[in-house]
Design a protein around this ligand. Structure first.
Ligand code: PRF
Ligand code: ZN
Length: 374
């Protein structure tokens, strides 16, 4: 039997580490580099699956932590798995819950065995181990599942980052032993804090375990962007060229270009969907805060260069009005635009790699978009 998920390299950029390929999964084959919209609670907020698909998304991310607490992974299994439960027939990746439980702060306690935590919903106590995370992810039935890891905070002492990566490595092994579904791929997650040598060590030890793909975790946790790029430069070259690399929780327009340039194939981020609900849009000319008074009588489109449903039909003034009136349509309209924008950036990136002009396309993008701070 062939592997559940495999990566096919189509073309490498000859001046950078950027690459175009195809990710084959049991629920379809998807061109990379790819951006995965986030559907934490088995829904990409405000969107129907058909709308998400029509925007060009092939694979979405969902969360073990949230679905385990509500509605429960046994219920999702009974429903026939996550694809069927949420009516999304394409690719799904679930995150392990590692990052979500560590983000609970005082509500959790970490030991070698696992993490004890209190539910953010009702305060009830739970215990996640690597084995438990894998069991839940097997019940949910995503195409790609992630190892249970520890994401150290930023900043973290070297000693802490080292011990943490060692535990994450042992947990990765336990995840591998617990994983028995042959129609799913289990990806390892590299950690190592902001220490280049620890990053390399983490990656090398996971590569020895031979995962079908690798998450790059512990980045975009508050560090300056140049430091994140340095850590990517340390990590990616250690990873095998024939396996996909997934930069976890990163997806601002500038980071997509910088990540791809360094060899990343997959991204996910709540940013486009979350900021939409705060009245913020990513446009080809940078960020637009639609709630600002300057847009009150602005009858232009949100982004004149965008071909999404929102930009084809509505003015900035109308979007601002909806926002001020707290009309729920605005959350949908801005989500449609932001997702379209990011998925379109990925299409632009992919095409530029295939046509051998990635760096030129990157420059053209930033000339218009402007540089991001921090
Ligand atoms: N680990 C896991 N999920 C994640 C991260 C991580 O380090 C991050 C860090 N940006 C986002 N999502 N399991
Ligand atoms: Zn648009």
């Amino acid at each position: 039997m062939t592997a559940a998920v495999h990566y096919e390299l189509t073309k490498k950029c000859d001046r950078t580490s950027a690459r175009a390929g195809i990710l084959h999964t049991p629920h379809g084959s998807f061109e990379t580099p790819i951006f995965m919209p986030v559907g934490t609670q088995a829904t990409v907020k405000t969107m129907t699956p058909e709308e998400v698909r029509d925007l060009g998304a092939g694979i979405i991310l969902s969360n073990t932590y949230h679905l385990y607490l509500r509605p429960g992974s046994d219920l999702v299994r009974e429903a026939g798995g996550l694809h069927k439960f949420m009516n999304w027939p394409q690719g799904i990746l679930t995150d392990s819950g590692g990052y979500q439980v560590f983000s609970l702060g005082p509500l959790r306690k970490i030991t070698e065995e696992g993490v004890r935590f209190k539910s953010h919903i009702d305060g009830s106590e739970h215990f996640f181990t690597p084995e438990k995370s894998i069991q839940i992810q097997m019940d949910l039935g995503a195409d790609i599942i992630m190892a249970f890891d520890e994401c150290p905070p930023y900043p973290a002492e070297r000693d802490y980052a080292q011990k943490s990566l060692e535990m994450t490595t042992r947990w990765a092994k336990r995840c591998q032993s617990a994983h028995t579904r042959e129609d799913q791929a289990l990806f390892g997650i590299t950690q190592g804090g902001m220490y280049a040598d620890l990053r390399k060590e983490s990656a090398a030890r996971l590569v020895e375990m031979d995962f079908p793909g690798y998450g790059i975790g512990g980045l975009s946790v508050g560090e300056p962007k140049p430091l994140m790029y340095e850590m990517l430069d340390a990590t990616v070259p250690v990873l095998p060229a024939d396996k996909p690399r997934y930069l976890m929780g990163v997806g601002s327009p500038d980071c997509l270009w910088e990540g791809v340039e360094r060899g990343v194939d997959m991204f996910d981020c709540v940013l486009p969907t979350r900021v939409a609900r705060n009245g913020l849009a990513f446009t080809s000319h940078g960020k637009v805060v639609i709630r600002n008074a300057e847009h009150a009588r602005d009858f232009d489109r949100l982004d004149p260069e965008c071909s999404c449903y929102t930009c084809r039909n509505y003015s900035r003034a109308y979007l601002r009005h909806l926002y001020k009136a707290e009309e729920i349509l605005v959350y949908r309209l801005l989500t449609i635009h932001n997702l379209h924008m990011l998925l379109n950036i990925m299409r632009t990136i992919r095409r530029s790699i295939l046509e051998g002009r990635f760096l030129e396309a990157k420059k053209a993008f930033f000339d218009k978009y402007g540089e991001e701070k921090a």
